[in-house]
Design a protein around this ligand. Structure first.
Ligand SMILES: O=C(O)CCC(=O)C1=CC=C[C@@H](O)[C@@H]1C(=O)O
Ligand SMILES: [Mg+2]
Length: 368
């Protein structure tokens, strides 16, 4: 397979509702969409999950554009690539910049599967024909607003509720949610809003039988998380702390977590995601697929990855209509009773809608 042309698009989409985490709130989503065309004119698609500002990690939309334009695309254009796994190797000379690397690696995986006439799920070795999905609920203005949203999503059939927490919006909030919804699968995501000194607050969450608490401490830590896990019964799930297979190996060895949230962009692509999945499977560590408020292209990659056997917990892969007035793929991602049926078309299985993409594209550039 040879990539003859790459088109990078800076896409702007308006979210249906603002999304607030312990870092802040955002309403609009700007992201990079990458289309890689092969020598037959067939296209593979990838999406960068880097945000406009470096609050989630050190990457941004602009750093991604720079890395893709000046290093990553030139490393892959007109180069024979037999297997998509080779992309990580070819790009291994570049330090970090995982989201930038993942953007084109995902497109190569999509192109590879399309050329073989198989689904991306099959290319990755996934066997599920449908996946369970959960939903992530941002920090709300009032507890009543939150309870209303939880009620709505429980009625939609979502298999797990993820509630964002931070100091001052945590114990009391989870107590109210548990009081109104005593049996729903419930978890908290702290996005590194706590420190070891907050141990008492975090221990108080043990009362609510949570599935996990996601990333309570610093985004580059696995040592304090190991200390914390010894002191609380709620399983710790790591998100921001896990950037690679090696990070996962060390976190498992130290006992820093009992669950890992795999995000394709955060770890540098689908190949690394598979490696982490396999490592966790060997160590009895369940994984699930996190979300980064992706459009339908990135969402399609998440869905395909989640078909792997050790993705045993519902991920943050809600339907298109949860985020967008109009998504950029056809058909849109639809959730029925908390389940998504895996598309059986080759590659990502959803067709990017060029007309809509053009409407939402603020700027584009092609490289050949
Ligand atoms: O895409 C979704 O629906 C989940 C979004 C979500 O929960 C997050 C996106 C990005 C950073 C965080 O705030 C949070 C997460 O940590 O998973
Ligand atoms: Mg998280």
């Amino acid at each position: 397979m040879i990539i003859k042309e790459v088109t990078l698009r800076h896409v702007k989409m308006k979210m249906k509702a603002p999304f607030t985490t312990s870092f802040g709130t955002f309403q609009d989503k700007e992201f990079l969409l990458l289309e890689a065309k092969d020598d037959n004119g067939m296209s593979g698609w990838g999406e960068s999950v880097a945000f406009h500002s470096p609050w989630y990690n050190e990457e941004t939309l602009k750093t991604n554009w720079h890395m893709l334009e000046d290093f990553i695309i030139p490393s892959l254009l007109n180069k024979e690539v037999e297997q998509p796994e080779e992309v990580s190797e070819i790009l291994s000379y570049i330090r970090k910049n995982n989201m930038a690397k993942s953007t084109i690696e995902g497109a190569v995986w999509d192109l590879f599967a399309k050329r073989k006439g198989i689904t991306l799920a099959a290319a990755l070795g996934g066997e599920k024909t449908e996946i369970e999905v959960g939903i992530s609920i941002g920090i709300q203005n009032t507890i009543d607003d939150l309870l209303q949203l939880v009620d709505e999503y429980v009625n939609d059939g979502y298999k797990r509720m993820k509630i964002k927490i931070k100091p001052g919006w945590d114990v009391e909030v989870m107590r109210e949610v548990r009081k109104h919804f005593p049996h729903i699968p419930l978890m908290a995501d702290a996005n590194s809003a706590y420190r070891l000194k907050d141990i008492d607050r975090l221990k108080a969450l043990d009362e609510f039988d949570l599935m996990m608490i996601e990333q309570p401490l610093a985004s580059d830590d696995i040592v304090d998380h190991a200390q914390l896990q010894k002191k609380i019964s709620t399983p710790i799930c790591l998100d921001e702390s896990i950037h690679s297979y090696e990070d996962a190996r060390k976190a498992i060895e130290l006992g820093s977590c009992k669950i890992i949230n795999i995000k394709i962009g955060r770890v540098g692509g689908l190949t690394e995601s598979k490696r982490i999945h396999d490592l966790c499977q060997q160590h009895g560590i369940p994984v699930w697929c996190g979300g980064m408020l992706e459009s339908g292209v990135g969402r399609a990659h998440n869905i395909a990855l989640t078909t792997l056997a050790n993705f045993v917990m519902p991920g943050d892969t809600a339907g298109s209509s949860r985020y967008w007035e109009q998504d950029i793929i056809e058909p849109e991602v639809v959730v029925k009773n908390g389940m998504i049926t895996i598309p059986d078309k080759p590659g990502i299985g959803y067709e990017p809608n060029r007309e809509i993409i053009q409407q939402f594209t603020a700027y584009e550039k092609s490289y050949s």
